[in-house]
Design a protein around this ligand. Sequence first.
Ligand SMILES: Nc1ncnc2c1ncn2[C@@H]1O[C@H](COP(=O)(O)OP(=O)(O)OP(=O)(O)O)[C@@H](O)[C@H]1O
Ligand SMILES: Cc1ncsc1CCO
Length: 275
Amino acid sequence: MERGKRIQHILMEVAQARERVRQQKPLIHEITSPVTMNDCANITLALGASPIMAEEIREVADVVKQAKALLLNMGVLKKERLRAMYCAAEVAIEQHIPIVLDPVGVGSTLWRTTEIRAFLQTIPVSIIKGNSSELYCLLETTHAGTKGVDAQDEMQLEPSFWQDGAAYLHATLGVTGKNDVVADATGAIFLQNGCATLPYVTGTGCMIGALAAAYSSVATPFIATAAAIMSMAIVGEQAVGCGPGSLHATLCDGIYSLDKDSFFQYGQITTPMKV
Ligand SMILES: Nc1ncnc2c1ncn2[C@@H]1O[C@H](COP(=O)(O)OP(=O)(O)OP(=O)(O)O)[C@@H](O)[C@H]1O
Ligand SMILES: Cc1ncsc1CCO
């Protein structure tokens, strides 16, 4: 498809996904870190979906059976929660519902890196959403490279690197940072919205994961990932001038008000000349 037409087509599908979430109010099962559990629940509600947070191993299977998508956020990872994630993921696979993985902080310690890599070798996920340091770590062989949970200096990697990475991991990748990228095995796009204050609010990436899970219940993994990143980045851009505290609240208000026209009006997508 010609590049301009492809971008219009993506914007149209993203806009449709936004409408569908409002109409269908899908139930989304989210297992997240305690740092951002409340943020993920609220942003899911603001989008128009319905979150349920459950991580007790004796009930996760029953919760997944009712859900339309599963979010697994590996922040503050611990053994018990990881066991619950395996259990939830196995049921999600049986139920044919999409799994979104947020490998928070992968690369920061050997234990976390080993566990997250092992998880990905066992569980097929639809979407992996992470900052550029986290996703780079999943595609290299050493575990060093991520400091804490935030992206390090912006990585200028070719889109073909992420496209090959998506093929290798058998998932759509949502790579966030100053320049956001969405890639699957067939291609990659750049998303150019955002604001420099977003990294000063913890959990903006985690909330993108929650949005991706909600969108994935009504759209393809590629469109769901693009919709999630664009939603957060457009709303962040419109909140320019806010400090971190007011930005946090404004993001939730912005997602609530975001409608299909916002994507056509403000969405900045580019496609590489050659992937
Ligand atoms: N320097 C920047 N300029 C503009 N937008 C940015 C910048 N850095 C990040 N963003 C935006 O912030 C959002 C979150 O991305 P980021 O990579 O900071 O997530 P994260 O590190 O996973 O967050 P967290 O771990 O706190 O949940 C994205 O929408 C991205 O576009
Ligand atoms: C700060 C922090 N530490 C573990 S998870 C988390 C939230 C951002 O991912």
